[in-house]
Design a protein around this ligand. Sequence first.
Ligand SMILES: NC(=O)c1ccc[n+]([C@@H]2O[C@H](COP(=O)([O-])OP(=O)(O)OC[C@H]3O[C@@H](n4cnc5c(N)ncnc54)[C@H](O)[C@@H]3O)[C@@H](O)[C@H]2O)c1
Length: 347
Amino acid sequence: MLDRAVRIGMIGCGTQANVHFTGLKALGTDQATVAAVCDLDDERLAAACQLWPEARAAKDYRNMLAPGDLDLVIVATMPNTHEAISLASLDAGACVLCEKPFMMNVAQAEAVLAKAAATGLQVQLGTNMRYMPSSQYLHDLVQGGTIGEPVFAKAWGCHDDPPVWGPHYHLATSGGGVLASTLVHTLDLAMWVGGSPNPLTVSAATRRLFPGKRGSKVDAVIRARYDAEDLISGLVRFDNGTFYSLEGNWCSEVTNFHSFELTTTHATITGEPFAVKVDVEGEIVDQTPQLDGDDWSQSVHTQDATLIAQLRAGEPWDMQDARQLLNLQKVVDACYESARTGREVVL
Ligand SMILES: NC(=O)c1ccc[n+]([C@@H]2O[C@H](COP(=O)([O-])OP(=O)(O)OC[C@H]3O[C@@H](n4cnc5c(N)ncnc54)[C@H](O)[C@@H]3O)[C@@H](O)[C@H]2O)c1
């Protein structure tokens, strides 16, 4: 229980950090205050300091993490730094909200989760789609058991252009391309809505379409560094008998970029466009309720507001547990291993 505002440190003050900043500003200083900011880049650090003039600023996160001072650190750097920053933040006594993808590999994920368990602090991944109204509705609907047992899901994550505003396409910093950076959102969502089963086997294949596609409008520096996959197809089998088909494409011509579809023994539900279609005595009946929209940035703000409210109330974060986090990382790692070896991976 905290009878004051949650004190937050933001490490990495780039594109995604600014989405968090907007939501944190809206919450008000009685609930949350950004007490420390950190970025290697002078301009980005200066912009963050303008937004949060009361925050201490550092280019090196180790100089920003005063032990015991921060309640929460938001890790909004690229994945190659997530492990070291998360471990240091936990050591300094702060809970961690880490941007996706979680870590570079399962070993790093295990190290961070072990540190969280040892310190009694909480770690959550920024899989903000779970906080969309449609996601919560579909999750509760499946758990309620009224539309049958999950059987098969498709999850896809696409863009019409590779996200080149940050080094998401450069494996040494990103740990992966379209799967780790984009598809991971709907993969997590489909697993969660489907009851969070454990993965058993994973098979995947990847390709790089860039720069043959979309390359001509991107500058030479990016073309030279681009070494991540931008096309992936995968099949995952889970211990509840379900099987998931995955697709990611950064050079896509389709327009429905991020979604999933789950088929149960009695129904098919879809995230975007939001739909609940149920078999009722042999007829397909549309049981889609009217819900408020699923705005992407709003879901990040809802995520942050929920975690902050729970910290203030002394309640545990309850959206995601360590097993789910580790399973997501295992599927991502196994997709890359399968693509590399050309063989199915047994977990
Ligand atoms: N949840 C979402 O919707 C969403 C959307 C975009 C990005 N992301 C995730 O957020 C993270 C950041 O992505 P981005 O698009 O904001 O990237 P970005 O390049 O815009 O910002 C990252 C910032 O981190 C800084 N940085 C890098 N290493 C650092 C270090 N050691 N110490 C301090 N600062 C450091 C960089 O200078 C940069 O300003 C990634 O993990 C990405 O996948 C999530």
